[in-house]
Design a binder for this molecule. Structure first.
Ligand code: DCM
Length: 138
């Protein structure tokens, strides 16, 4: 089994109420281009999920992140490929869309609206309930 790891990158909301999540707009492949995802990528041979996420978010967002616990849902992408996610926080740098069309920080209401309107990458919708709970609780 190979794994893809995605980052649920979170920060306190600037308003002080709740938290915000970083979403990235995919630029490829055509079937998901334009949809929003938790940024990440495939584990290289020998890498842990935590190491892969640090590397992928440095490449894709030009930031250094601290990686926390895994989210509870694991999403089968194919028979041999599973998608996992970890909580993460930016330690250094300001996220920049190196490989994505764009980036946006969303609060719980915005995430719920985006999920409802079908603009998230399908696999990532599995995490929406857990993400909403977290974003609202903070
Ligand atoms: N993927 C996904 N959701 C994410 C990140 C990745 O569904 N948040 C999928 C898209 C690809 C595969 O994982 O099928 C590899 O991702 P990438 O092309 O970004 O390396």
């Amino acid at each position: 089994m190979r794994f893809v790891v995605a980052g649920a990158v979170i920060r306190p909301a600037p308003s002080g109420a709740g938290a915000e999540l970083l979403l990235a707009q995919r630029s490829y492949p055509a079937d998901v281009a334009g949809l929003w995802e938790l940024p990440g990528g495939k584990l290289a041979p020998g890498e842990t999920a935590e190491q892969a996420l640090v590397r992928e978010l440095a490449e894709e967002l030009a930031v250094t992140v601290a990686v926390g616990a895994a989210l509870s849902e694991q999403v089968p992408l194919r028979a041999d490929l599973t998608l996992v996610a970890h909580w993460a926080r930016v330690l250094d740098g300001v996220p920049r869309a190196v490989e994505h069309h764009g980036l946006t920080w969303v609060d719980a209401d915005r995430l719920a609206a985006m999920a409802e309107s079908g603009v998230l990458v399908p696999a990532d919708t599995a995490w929406v309930p857990e993400l909403l709970t977290y974003l609202r609780r903070q």
